[in-house]
Design a protein around this ligand. Structure first.
Ligand SMILES: C[S@@+](CC[C@H](N)C(=O)[O-])C[C@H]1O[C@@H](n2cnc3c(N)ncnc32)[C@H](O)[C@@H]1O
Length: 466
């Protein structure tokens, strides 16, 4: 395992992100400015009021029609607005609420979303505030339901611009996550840690990459920081990762440091036959193949399997691809290992998917936990005696992690847990639980030397079939 190192910077970087520092955003042309904000308001409404996940709406093929018509730069601004609005939603609502004499009337949801979109930009994005106010006022004017509120929109937003820092300070005590989530976090992690996790979720994530080899020299090249797993955290830079050295050549892929842990838990897998049962888009398949295993990548979604195939082709890595339901997958011979990186509530990834907390709820967690338990029970039947099963997901909820594995171990005496040894993971000791399971949270990996801290919330447990 690599020790943390820092090396020379070649990219433009900035100080570690603070929860209320302004984020940079592309500035749209005047003409497009209105369309971007109107589209963002509608997508926000769909996410918050109708619980439609952002990923689908922002898909360039099947997504929101108005969003698809925007230029690349305007889509980037719409995404920045939506991410900020969803990340800071309770505090933005408190900020707006504090400027109103009485709450907005029932049925003024469209107006609410216009105000949130504007407030997110004024408080958190680096865009000209006067344009934001003007466009929000125009949005109110153009909607017959909201026309009578245009003056109010103008007054509230102008005051928000004037009192920006004051408002940020005043609302900093408002819980940044919905009550249901805070109460689950508190019962799992205790009140203080829950608060730290919730605050950490406000900080946009850094980009981490997994390299095929020689992390130190790639870190040197990028001015990056080598993390305890051997992943490299990139400094903040403008532009797209695909234009960075080594991308086209397939030398590395984007993968959060926490997501790189489960595949590493198998240890030395040269010559092993391993199935990756929920494989796409393939970050972990690539790790297993790069480590010398013969990999069978099983994936239900045909579209996602295409992405996996493209990713492996770019990386010049090989795996047998199986499109279908993992419950129907049964190899001819029992396998040396199975990785089950199961579909989950994704509450550990809210730094990059801030809609999750507003589109999902406790009932989804319970449903997904039940599905995962069923998947894991199937996964363990595919492994030879002595073989390993790594179970992982990106949820912060014990129902989808610790509790689920404990239940399985209680019911199935043919399985034992293989505890992860903290001595093997210098720098990540705090992420290993007393029983030897990985439990990472966004509050881990402190920011250092100008690099953003944090990592996705992940759970990973290693089981052996006796
Ligand atoms: C969390 S993602 C996996 C991420 C992946 N392991 C990686 O590292 O890139 C879960 C995947 O499981 C797939 N999936 C869900 N249910 C499945 C099933 N019954 N059989 C096979 N794949 C399934 C989903 O389509 C999704 O691609």
């Amino acid at each position: 395992m690599n020790q943390e190192k820092k090396s020379k910077r070649s990219f433009q970087s900035r100080q570690p992100a603070a929860a209320h520092r302004q984020e940079e955003a592309p500035v749209p042309s005047d003409k497009a400015g209105f369309d971007v904000r109107a589209t963002a308001s509608k997508i926000l409404a769909a996410a918050v009021d109708r619980k439609i996940p952002l990923d689908g709406m922002l898909d360039l093929v099947h997504g929101n029609a108005a969003y698809k018509q925007l230029s690349d730069a305007d889509r980037a601004l719409a995404r920045a607005i939506l991410n900020s609005a969803l990340r800071h939603l309770p505090r933005l609502e408190a900020a707006i609420g504090s400027m109103l004499d009485s709450p907005l009337p029932e049925g003024a949801r469209a107006l609410h979303h216009v105000l949130i979109v504007a407030a997110a930009q004024i408080l958190h994005l680096d865009v000209p505030a006067h344009a934001v106010v003007d466009i929000a006022v125009e949005q109110a004017h153009r909607d017959p339901r909201n026309r009578r509120f245009a003056k109010l929109v103008n007054a509230v937003l102008r005051r928000l611009v004037r009192e920006r820092q004051d408002v940020l300070d005043r609302t900093a005590t408002v819980s940044p996550v919905p009550d249901w989530f805070m109460s689950r976090l508190s019962s799992a992690y205790g009140k203080n840690e829950a608060q730290r996790i919730a605050e950490a979720q406000l900080i946009p994530p850094a980009i981490d990459i997994t390299v095929k080899s020689d992390p130190d020299s790639w870190a040197e090249k990028f001015g990056g920081r080598v993390l305890p797993t051997g992943s490299i955290r990139l400094p903040v830079f403008q532009g797209s990762v695909v234009s960075l050295p080594g991308y086209q050549e397939g030398e590395w892929w984007v993968q959060d440091v926490a997501a790189s842990i489960p595949a590493k838990l198998f240890g030395d897998i040269k010559g092993w036959r391993i199935a990756d049962l929920c494989a796409a888009p393939g970050g972990k398949t690539a790790q297993l193949a790069a480590a010398g295993a013969t990999v069978i990548a099983v994936e239900q979604s045909a579209n996602r399997l295409v992405r996996l195939k493209e990713n492996l082709a770019r990386l010049a890595l090989d795996a047998e691809l199986v499109q279908g339901d993992l419950f129907e997958f049964r190899p001819e011979e029992l396998l040396d290992g199975v990785l089950l990186d199961a579909p989950c509530s994704s509450t550990g990834t809210t730094r990059r998917h801030p809609d999750v907390l507003w589109t999902k709820g406790p009932e989804d967690i319970a449903k997904l936990a039940a599905l995962q338990a069923k998947m894991l029970r199937h996964a363990v039947t595919l492994v030879r005696p002595g073989g390993l099963i790594v179970f992982s997901n990106c949820s912060l909820d014990p129902l989808e992690g610790e509790d689920l594995v404990a239940d399985l171990l209680r019911d199935d005496p043919s399985l034992e847990r293989v505890p992860v040894d903290p001595a093997q993971w210098p720098g990540l000791e705090e992420a290993i639980s007393p029983v030897g399971e990985f439990r990472t949270t966004p509050a881990m990996l402190p920011a250092t030397d100008g690099f953003t801290g944090g990592m996705d919330g992940f759970f990973a447990s290693v089981l052996r079939r006796r």
